[in-house]
Design a protein around this ligand. Structure first.
Ligand code: ZN
Length: 64
């Protein structure tokens, strides 16, 4: 799949917390956007992937 912008984050929500406005603006301009999370936050201090609420699905314009 060919993307115009691929955002990389170490942990879930890193991309959303740091550049969601830019990603939304690019998507609104017709760009194809992707997000890659390198981990599920296994070593986080606020719970584990098993104890955190399920992540909401990413919007259709985002290829995750
Ligand atoms: Zn992080």
């Amino acid at each position: 799949m060919k993307l115009d912008i691929l955002a990389l984050g170490a942990h879930p929500d890193d991309v959303e917390m740091s550049c969601s406005g830019t990603m939304l603006a690019a998507a609104a301009a017709g760009k194809k956007i992707g997000i890659v999370d390198f981990t599920r936050g296994e070593l986080g201090t606020r719970g584990t992937p098993a104890t955190r609420p399920p992540r909401p699905p990413r919007p259709a314009w985002c290829w995750a």
